[in-house]
Design a protein around this ligand. Structure first.
Ligand code: DQA
Length: 145
């Protein structure tokens, strides 16, 4: 959809609600998607939400939505490994906010490297699932809606 806002979630984020609730909370991905849809449609923006556990499918989705205005991306573990995802985002010139539910900097060493942070417009880390809403607020302001 032309001019849409993308919400892209990577591997294991489909398990939100039941996955390690002490780290990720008990909100489901459907709850997050619905909340953001409502928030953005109230200011005339359309949300297109996508989740995949497959790296190539995430790359394809980005290629297929090149006309999007902005994205909110939680790439899950691919954040720390995926040159392909970074190249796809850069390759189509997609502006995005990187979101992590947990504070990755307070966790294992391997979570502290992100292939996305230096090409993101902003980064929201450790604010729980509220981080997605904060990212949406930032995008609304950036786009002047
Ligand atoms: C995460 C942090 C990643 O390190 C992890 O692999 C995830 C979720 C977060 O939202 O806190 O899957 O991106």
């Amino acid at each position: 959809m032309k001019g849409a806002i993308l919400l892209i979630n990577g591997p294991n984020l489909n398990l939100l609600g039941t996955r390690e609730p002490e780290i990720y909370g008990d909100t489901t991905l459907a709850d997050i998607e619905n909340k953001l849809k409502t928030k953005l449609s109230a200011v005339g923006l359309e949300l297109v939400a996508y989740q995949s556990n497959q790296e190539g499918q995430l790359v394809d989705f980005i290629h297929e939505h090149q006309t999007a205005k902005f994205a909110i991306i939680n790439a899950g573990a691919f954040t720390h490994t995926s040159v392909a995802l970074r190249d796809a985002i850069k390759g189509v010139g997609l502006n995005f906010v990187e979101v992590h539910i947990s504070n990755v900097h307070a966790r294992e060493e391997f979570r502290q490297k992100s292939y996305l942070s230096d090409i993101a417009q902003g980064i929201i880390v450790g604010c729980g699932v509220q981080g997605y809403e904060l990212a949406a607020d930032f995008i609304i302001a950036e786009l002047g809606h």
